[in-house]
Write a protein that binds this ligand. Sequence first.
Ligand code: PML
Length: 246
Amino acid sequence: MISIRMRASKTKNRREHHISGAEGIYEKSAISKIVKAYTERALNHPRGKPDKIVISIEDVKQKPKKAGILPVKNLKCSSSDEARNIISQALANVGVSKRAVKNAFRILTSTKTMRGASLILQESGTRMEPDKERGVRVSRLGIKKPDEKKLSKMLSRIKINTDTVKEALLLASKTASYPDIIAEICISDDPDYTTGYISSKEFGYLRIPNIKNRGEMHGGRVFFVKEGVNIKMMIDYLEKIPVIMA
Ligand code: PML
């Protein structure tokens, strides 16, 4: 199998601004199709026109680990304030402190969007990712064709069978499979996409409509992690270890 990754950016005032990114593990035969799809996605992104697109294609040498797909639930929510209450409550129930949630929202609503995720300690709320501009990019994840068909069928039944949902669900599932990760919050940085999610092995993948207002450019991902976690080992798992969801 092959890992394909794309990131697109635009340089303004000598700073590289993130436009879009995508990654997955695929069969070799899918390379041209995926490269074309990723390129088109980068070129037609609502965040703007990139001046650099980097696509990496690499053999997956290690035998992939397996992880389960989180169960999906659509929540009702009519505003970003309501979203914040729902999120704070759900995260408090799995042991994430108020301070950690507050710090997460500061990152997720900042105009400086990161390419990858921020890592926040569950109790102290301390930020742990070594590179605060780049963050941690969850990579090397995929699903086998027959399981993808099953997933598509399930998502079609609840009318959300899109690439955006599938990719986010697989990413959240790989993330949640790491024992020291308690939960994730994701707000899309696409100004047209106002549904976000929170996820964890405890409560699954909870989709939250109106997590932000249309037109807003902010967004990103935050992972809440156990105090005392080995950050280097965790980043290695998220970025380098191939995981296939089933
Ligand atoms: C993204 O922009 O890729 C993140 C999308 C998060 C929400 C996906 C969903 O609709 O479940």
